[in-house]
Every structure is written in C-alpha cells, then in structure tokens.
Design a protein around this ligand. Sequence first.
Ligand SMILES: *[C@@H]1O[C@H](CO)[C@@H](O)[C@H](O)[C@H]1NC(C)=O
Ligand SMILES: *[C@@H]1O[C@H](CO)[C@@H](O)[C@H](O)[C@H]1NC(C)=O
Ligand SMILES: *[C@@H]1O[C@H](CO)[C@@H](O)[C@H](O)[C@H]1NC(C)=O
Ligand SMILES: *[C@@H]1O[C@H](CO)[C@@H](O)[C@H](O)[C@H]1NC(C)=O
Ligand SMILES: *[C@@H]1O[C@H](CO)[C@@H](O)[C@H](O)[C@H]1NC(C)=O
Ligand SMILES: *[C@@H]1O[C@H](CO)[C@@H](O)[C@H](O)[C@H]1NC(C)=O
Length: 296
Amino acid sequence: MAWRAASSACAAPLLLWCALMTAGDLKVEMMARGIQATRLNDSVTISCKVIYSQPLNITSMGITWFWKSLTLDKEVKVFEFFGDHQKAFRPGANVSLWRLKSGDASLKLPGVQLEEAGEYRCEVVVTPLKAQGTVQLKVVASPTSRLFQDQAVVKENEGKYMCESSGFYPKDINITWEKRTQKSPHHIVISENIITGPTIKNMDGTFNITSYLKLNSSQEDPGTVYRCVIQHESLHTPVSIDFILTALRQSLSEPEKTDIFSTYGWLISFIAAGLILLIVLIHWKKVPLREEEGRN
Ligand SMILES: *[C@@H]1O[C@H](CO)[C@@H](O)[C@H](O)[C@H]1NC(C)=O
Ligand SMILES: *[C@@H]1O[C@H](CO)[C@@H](O)[C@H](O)[C@H]1NC(C)=O
Ligand SMILES: *[C@@H]1O[C@H](CO)[C@@H](O)[C@H](O)[C@H]1NC(C)=O
Ligand SMILES: *[C@@H]1O[C@H](CO)[C@@H](O)[C@H](O)[C@H]1NC(C)=O
Ligand SMILES: *[C@@H]1O[C@H](CO)[C@@H](O)[C@H](O)[C@H]1NC(C)=O
Ligand SMILES: *[C@@H]1O[C@H](CO)[C@@H](O)[C@H](O)[C@H]1NC(C)=O
C-alpha cells in the first residue's frame, strides 16, 4: 500500500517534517524529525495534523491512536473516535473534537509516565481515504541537584564535598567539578580526587547519582570557588552549583549559606578589628593624660 512505503520514508532521520500521502489528497503531519519529548508527570499533546483538500466533516471521520512501547513490540490502541463514538483505552487520553473540526487530531495524555515512551501512531480515516503518521515520544526527568559537605568523614585539613543529582531520566548524566581561584578567574576543570558513585535506580524508574570531591584545604587558597556542573539531556544548559572555600575547616553544610557567611564573615571581622583599634586608641590616649594629671 502507498502509505506503507511512505511510512518507511518517514523513518528517514533527516526529514524535517513527516507527511504521508495516500491515494487522494488526505495527509497527516506529525512533529518535526519524528520525535517529541516531554517531562515525567507532564501533560503532553502529541501532534497530528490532518490535511485535506476539502472542509472536514467530523461525522464522517475516524481517528485512532496507537502506541508501541520501547520494550514490547506489540501495538495497543490508546484512543479511538468515529461517528458519535469515542473511547480512551488509556485513562485521560483524548482528542479535542472541537479542534478536530479544523484538522487537529492531536492526542492529549495527562500525567505521562516513563514507561509510556515509545512510538505513537495517528490513523485518520475520511472514507474512503486513510492516512497515518508516527512519532517517537521521549519522556525525560530533570535532576534535582544539591551540593553539601560530608560531615561524617571530616579529618584534619580534609573536606569531602558531595554533589548529588536525583530523580533524573534517562540514566546518562555528566557531573564534573571546576575551580576558580582569586589569581586566575577562569574556571579550571578538576580531575583529581573525584569519585563519582554508581547510578542508583529509584522505585519510580528515575535515577540518583553522587559525585564526591576530596579537598586538602591546607593546599587550597581560601576564597577559591568550587563548582559542580551537571549535564543532562533534560537540561537546556548545564546546571552549576558553587561553594567558596572560606577557612581551613568548614563547618557549614549549605553552599549558599557558606557563601553568605563568607561575605558577612569578612565584614564582621573588619568591624571587630576596627572596634578593637578604636578602644586601644582611646585607652592609649587616656592613660598618658591621667599620668600627666597625676604629676601635676
Ligand atoms: C511525579 O508524580 C509522582 C506522584 O504524584 C511524584 O511522586 C513524583 O515526585 C513526580 N515526579 C516528578 C519528576 O515530578
Ligand atoms: C456532515 O456529514 C453528515 C453526514 O454525512 C451530514 O448530515 C452533515 O450535513 C454534514 N455536515 C456538514 C457541515 O457538511
Ligand atoms: C474528552 O474530553 C471531552 C471534553 O473535556 C469529554 O467530554 C470527553 O468525554 C472526553 N473523552 C474521553 C474518551 O474521555
Ligand atoms: C535518591 O535521592 C533522593 C533525594 O536525595 C532520596 O530521597 C532517595 O532516597 C534516593 N534514592 C535512592 C534509591 O537512594
Ligand atoms: C594535606 O597536605 C599537607 C601538606 O601537603 C600534608 O602534610 C597533609 O598530610 C595532607 N592531609 C591530608 C588529609 O591529606
Ligand atoms: C557527557 O559528556 C560526553 C563527553 O563530553 C558527551 O559526549 C555526552 O553527550 C555527555 N552526556 C550528557 C548526558 O550530557
């Protein structure tokens, strides 16, 4: 059949858009490059545009959406509509009939889960014509990241910092460390004393990972800014978290707090030093005066 040949042409990766012709002039257009991405738990609208030479009359039209999972090769029905009948085989799956009138047969799936990724097929029938298109749905989850100091194994002059990313999908992630000293303001990639743990799978299918950086603070300059950089498919730009090495031994666990403390710490030290100087000056001035008074 004509649409079968078109379907394989559609799988060619370099096609910018995917249009399928059948006998006649009914066409279906899916997402560019045949891939659509969404976030875990989000509501996704899988695009399917019907292109027909005449105005559409939805009473003589049929829409069926199918889904094939990544792991199983079996295709299942997700939603169907024809005449005055509509049925969702997946809870919440729907096609807006109001939009369908203007040729939009897009499928809405609320609360998408990781296992719902795979191939979605939109099949449109305008008797006697039939057209279809497919799209790959990717479901991703962004990591939640935090940086903190490991309190348990703090030896003299030694700090262990942990950069934890949790709840991400897919499994591939890059965690790197950088530093910037006051002398050289460019970020330098740190390659030593880093241990990145294994990826741990959570119950919901997402992953966790922790990277450790060990610092011997007697070899580091105070004021050095350390940075943990997280790269993941779900992030448009890498996420980075900073902390500043303030003293030989750090006791604060939150990097943001450390940051604020370092600023105010300096300020407090300055004020304290100023006050002491003032008191000393006053005393130094007062004492000789009294002595002079005594002599007189
Ligand atoms: C997705 O929803 C579940 C249940 O409501 C929740 O436990 C989980 O944290 C959510 N995940 C994300 C990444 O929003
Ligand atoms: C749509 O089709 C039905 C049945 O074929 C017909 O009764 C109806 O008048 C048509 N509507 C329009 C707007 O053409
Ligand atoms: C689709 O949504 C419409 C409007 O919200 C609703 O009336 C209809 O019952 C839904 N269809 C299914 C199959 O749930
Ligand atoms: C993943 O990290 C989260 C947040 O720190 C934590 O609550 C969860 O227990 C971790 N999962 C596993 C399997 O360790
Ligand atoms: C830190 O470096 C100093 C000087 O190089 C060294 O004497 C000390 O043993 C190191 N400490 C740790 C915990 O590695
Ligand atoms: C991780 O880094 C490698 C090498 O720079 C790169 O090829 C890969 O795409 C990165 N992965 C992610 C998830 O950013």
